[in-house]
Design a protein around this ligand. Sequence first.
Ligand SMILES: [Cu+2]
Length: 151
Amino acid sequence: MTRIITTLLAVLLSSAIFAFAAHHEGTTLEITSNDTMQFNTKSFEVKAGEEITLVLKNLGKLPKAAMGHNLVILKPGSNVAGFATAAVRAVVNEYIPTDDANKAMIIAHTKLLGPGEEDAVTFTLPDTGAYPFVCSFPGHFALMQGIIYAK
Ligand SMILES: [Cu+2]
């Protein structure tokens, strides 16, 4: 009898775990940034339409005001240099532009991170294509940019 109950519990437990896993379907990615103005990746692939959780970890030690980092994902075909230029003026909004044209390019973004900080952002890339990502801290986008390929 005890054995049957144990088996039943095991079956119930494994289906509960399965249900949990199914509910949290999607991909989690981790990207790091550092004091030499670099992300640890220039490009990666995801599935279009899949829920992505991206964790940005700032491994740097320099203060946020001097070497803050964020990660902003833009729509395919966005004017990355234009966006980064507008971002410089958005000091009070942690370098995320607030005007309609630039705001419309943003798919998702993390917070601006100081040393040792991290932030997670969840988003879906709706269509296949090449989605640029940048750090919008002034002067960083030239080195800190890359492409997410949604397949
Ligand atoms: Cu940066």
